[in-house]
Design a protein around this ligand. Structure first.
Ligand code: GLN
Ligand code: ZN
Length: 752
């Protein structure tokens, strides 16, 4: 083992700034209001503050280079000279970088996709058999030097070669792992440069190792890290894998000459602890503090695992399970939180302190930190004892449900009843829910937040928006209308604010992608719906038109996926509770005369477990939760759902299982292939493949929409085909939306 070692660290830091300073600085650079120098200055200040905080917290090895202007995978593509050809003509380095990230008038951006099972999205590098790699180590070297100058025991962090290739998209269909031999020399050179610059450790992130690996991939892992560990002048190598159990990849790494392995003992669990016990020639960086969730750790859970490893003769450091990128900066601004709940939480700053305490307990004995351990134990016990975590009425209702609660009449019987009630034309037209977020809506929201207008005035303004959206849809000639969702700033937060068992933060921002941040609500207790949530808005909209207006709800899986979840009970149990609350709302909407209710599940695929062996069980409970949420209404009430992503592969069967009368899906960009996939599994319900790509400002012509529909009609009989855009319209302008929807309606009418 390397002669340098450490005891307390994290795997990475958030970077948008405690008050989203980087977001503001970047957006003002994009808007041309400030120059690059100003942006770099803000970035440097944020990094310096972060490094200082890490030193103050007592970390004895500190990750550097997890800062990014947009995304760490894009940074790795830059490091390896692997940006796509189409941006190479942009002379300015920063502008080239941002063009790859978000496109510009001339070039399309890289695709974006989810980073493992988090809500962070990375940019997908585009590689081919002939991509020429070249090392551009300026960023890691500069950030290393900056940290060393501050006296920080800096550990540069770079995405490892296996994960980089596994996450990239092969634009020519070639097997990208074949490119490892071309990448390894670049990493070898990088190791040398980092050592020369004074790095004692380097962290190579390989989260792909927690997914199912083929024999060939495992061999590639072994080969890669054998080679890298043979570099003569290099820092000690820490390979970090997170978001799950390493399984067979752990012994594979252990066989190589690397110096440390970071294991995620929160998501990975006891199997990896057992396997790590025999790794006595490397530092095991034990991720016992959850980097992916916001609960304070139970020392009586973490410490036994740490001591078990130490007592087996393993050198152990205490760490977060993954980068702190996925949690908010700190609890300090959260003064409005329920005081009791606040005591159970640990955001980024608090996690640093927890790591220090555990590391001290491990090296000096528990008595050295007896007070802090006592506080932690008291908080954990307090959480366990809070009656809001076990609400009998919620649990009894769930226990009393039988199979009938998730079952409706057969789909074709429902279709007849619904058609009698709704009397829709062939190829009915509709939209997905939201309409453009107008300047008026934003102003009203801001004035309400600042207390300049009261609730009644705010509601009046929202009603005016609804009336306008209804009038617009009538005028365009759509068949099933929506109220436009002006009252919702976020489709999960809006419901979380109204449900028992949820809490919202004021400043708990987490990066979603680039400068976009979200503030996930926290599910802490049993979930119930104390009062109706949407009925007034929807019935108001319905009162303005003779056409049916869809009630609009967010589904249980999506609410879970975009929240910080309970870690004290199975996800499936929380899903069922949320489902029951949504079910109550569907029943109340129906009782108020609403004949169509849409329950959105855009995140159904996001929660899919990383390992294939875990996926079937997930899909079972996810489908069951959706059905529980939607099967409480009469057969004549039409249930819609909306799923928005293009790769349906593993979830196609589940889409059928949802048993929604109508499913709208993204297809505008994937050319209707999804319809063939649905046919292949005998899908026999209503389907609305998106025929208007709302991610683009382009207005589709009526002829183009008609062609898409003709294509769709080859796969789906007209009786089951719906006509709609591929997602909500909230990011588009009213002018674009109006023109596009007119063409959409014209195309449907022409075909009828
Ligand atoms: N009903 C939502 C909307 O139209 C759905 C959003 C989504 O799919 N993410 O905005
Ligand atoms: Zn969508």
């Amino acid at each position: 083992m390397s002669n340098t070692t450490f005891t307390a660290t994290v795997l990475g830091f958030p970077r948008v700034g405690p008050n989203r300073e980087l977001k503001r600085a970047t957006e003002s650079y994009w808007a041309g209001r400030t120059n690059a120098q100003a942006l770099h200055a803000v970035a440097k200040e944020l990094r310096t503050a972060q490094l200082t905080a890490a030193l103050d917290a007592g970390l004895d090895s500190v990750p550097v280079g997890t800062f990014s202007y947009y995304d760490q995978v894009l940074d790795t593509a830059v490091l390896l000279g692997a940006l796509p050809q189409r941006v190479s003509g942009i002379a300015d380095e920063l502008d080239r970088y941002f063009a790859a990230a978000r496109g510009n008038a001339e070039v399309a951006p890289l695709e974006m996709t989810k980073w493992f099972d988090t809500n962070y999205h990375y940019l997908v590098p585009e590689l081919a058999a002939d991509t020429a790699f070249a090392l551009h180590p300026e960023k890691p070297l500069a950030e290393l030097q900056e940290a060393l100058a501050l006296g920080v025991p800096a550990r540069p962090v770079v995405v490892g070669p296996v994960t980089f290739l596994k996450l990239a998209k092969s634009v020519d269909g070639s097997d990208l792992l074949d490119r490892l031999p071309d990448l390894i020399p670049l990493y070898e050179r990088l190791l040398g440069l980092l050592a020369e610059a004074g790095a004692e450790w380097v962290q190579l992130d390989e989260p792909s190792l927690v997914t199912d690996l083929t024999e060939a991939e495992l061999a590639a892992v072994r080969g890669t890290y054998r080679r890298l560990s043979e570099v003569t002048v290099r820092p000690a190598i820490l390979v970090a894998a997170y978001f799950g159990r390493l399984g067979v990849a752990l012994p594979a790494l252990a066989e190589t000459g690397i110096d440390g392995i970071a294991v995620d003992l929160v998501a990975g669990g006891d199997a990896d602890v057992a396997a790590a016990r025999s790794i006595t020639d490397k530092l095991i960086v034990a991720g016992v503090i959850d980097g992916h969730n916001i609960w304070r750790a139970d020392p009586d859970h973490a410490l036994p695992r740490l001591t078990e490893l130490r007592d087996a003769g393993v050198a152990v450091a205490v760490s977060s399970s993954c980068s702190l990128l996925h949690v908010p900066y700190g609890l300090a601004p959260e003064t409005d939180l329920d005081q009791r709940l606040r005591g159970w939480l640990a955001f980024g700053d608090e996690k640093l302190a927890e790591i220090r305490v555990l590391a001290t307990a491990l090296t000096e004995g528990e008595s050295a930190v007896a007070d802090q351990l006592e506080i932690a134990r008291t908080a954990v016990a307090d959480r366990g004892a809070d009656p809001r975590l076990r609400v009998d009425s919620v649990r009894e209702r769930l226990d009393d449900l039988d199979a009938a609660a998730t079952r409706r009449a057969p789909a074709d019987e429902r279709r007849v009843l619904q058609q009698e009630r709704l009397n829709l034309p062939l190829l009915p037209t509709t939209t997905i829910g939201s309409y453009p977020q107008t300047g008026r809506i934003r102003v009203a929201r801001a004035e309400f937040r600042r207390g300049e207008i009261d609730r009644a005035e705010y509601d009046t303004r929202m009603r005016a928006e609804i009336a306008e959206v209804i009038a617009l849809q009538e005028e365009i000639g759509l068949d099933v209308l929506v109220h436009g969702e002006p009252e919702r700033n976020d489709m999960v937060q809006y419901f979380a604010e109204q449900l028992d068992g949820f809490a919202a933060t004021v400043n708990g921002w987490v990066q979603s992608y680039g400068t976009r941040c979200v503030r996930p609500p926290i599910v802490y207790g049993d979930v119930a719906r104390p009062a109706v949530m949407t009925v007034e808005w929807i019935t108001y909209a319905q009162s303005l038109t003779a056409k049916p207006v869809k009630g609009m709800l967010t589904g249980p899986v999506t609410i879970l996926a975009w929240s910080f979840i309970r870690d004290d009970q199975p996800l499936a149990d929380t899903a069922r509770q949320i489902a029951l609350a949504i079910r109550d709302e569907t029943v109340d909407l129906e009782a108020a005369g609403i004949g169509v209710v849409q329950v959105d599940e855009p995140a159904l695929r996001e929660l899919l477990p990383l390992r294939r062996a875990d996926q079937a069980a997930y899909l079972d409970w996810a489908v069951e939760a959706f059905r529980l949420a939607t099967a409480g209404v009469a057969d004549a009430t039409q249930i819609h759902t909306h799923l928005c992503y293009s790769e349906f592969g593993e979830v196609i069967g589940a889409i059928h299982g949802l048993d929604a009368d109508v499913t709208s899906i993204e297809a505008a960009r994937s050319h209707m292939e999804v319809l063939d996939d649905l046919n292949a599994i005998g899908f026999d319900l209503g389907v609305g493949p998106g025929v208007y790509d709302i991610h683009s400002p382009r207005v589709p012509g009526a002829e183009e929409v008609r062609k898409s529909l003709e294509l769709a009609l080859k796969a789906v009989p007209a009786e089951r085909l719906w006509v709609n855009p591929d997602c909500g319209l909230k990011t588009r302008s009213t002018a674009e939306v109006t023109a596009s929807l007119r063409n959409l309606v014209a195309a449907a009418q022409a075909l009828r």
